[in-house]
Design a protein around this ligand. Structure first.
Ligand code: SF4
Length: 186
């Protein structure tokens, strides 16, 4: 996955002149418009700021849900009955599996913010890079060390996957950070 690091980009447009098919400039910052464009590697080499880089690893997303259609909305994401696992690669999100939140009952008995609850949530999410929910509790402080925590307001999971794809650069940037703060999307 190739991405633009917005904090390094100065908007000079050199990358776009090298790769019009794959890059556009939006609000003075380069943005990948076609992640499949062959010229993206040339654009990365041409960037004087080294702002375009390839991220080797694809990302695995978990979306908390009770009904498999909509995102968990009436409680924290850790209280979801299921997690839908989606893989991001080459500009696409592909559904992989549904994981039952086996610790769901146990979690119900714990109070919000209990460190054991964050541990229980993490154990169901082995291998996950990004946790997506509508609400996060006080345990976001612990969870963000393990996952990029993404808040999405949109209820329908289908639309959530589109929002994730639109914002994949921002998510990948957060993934790289040592001190993650979480991301709020529409
Ligand atoms: S060449 Fe680099 S600094 Fe210039 S617009 Fe492109 S990404 Fe930004």
């Amino acid at each position: 996955m190739i991405k633009v690091f917005k904090n390094k980009c100065v908007g000079c447009g050199i990358c776009k002149s090298v790769c019009r098919e794959g890059i556009e400039i939006v609000d003075g910052i380069a943005r990948i418009k076609n992640s499949g464009a062959d010229c993206l590697k040339n654009a990365a080499s041409a960037c004087p700021q080294k702002a375009i880089k390839e991220i080797e690893q694809d990302l695995l997303f978990a979306v908390g849900t009770d009904d498999n259609e909509t995102i968990k909305s009436n409680d924290h994401v850790g209280m979801s009955k299921y997690f839908q696992v989606w893989a991001y690669s080459e500009g696409e999100l592909t559904f992989k599996e549904k994981r039952e939140n086996a610790k769901y009952k146990e979690e119900n008995e714990r109070i919000h913010g209990d460190p054991g609850k964050a541990k229980a949530t993490s154990s169901v999410l082995t291998g996950i890079d990004v946790l997506v929910g509508k609400m996060f509790g006080p345990n976001i402080v612990r969870l963000k060390n393990k996952f990029v925590c993404v808040v999405v307001r949109e209820p329908e999971i289908k639309k959530v996957t589109e929002i994730i794809k639109e914002n994949i650069n921002e998510i990948a940037e957060e993934y790289d950070k040592k001190e993650r703060v979480g991301i709020i999307l529409k």
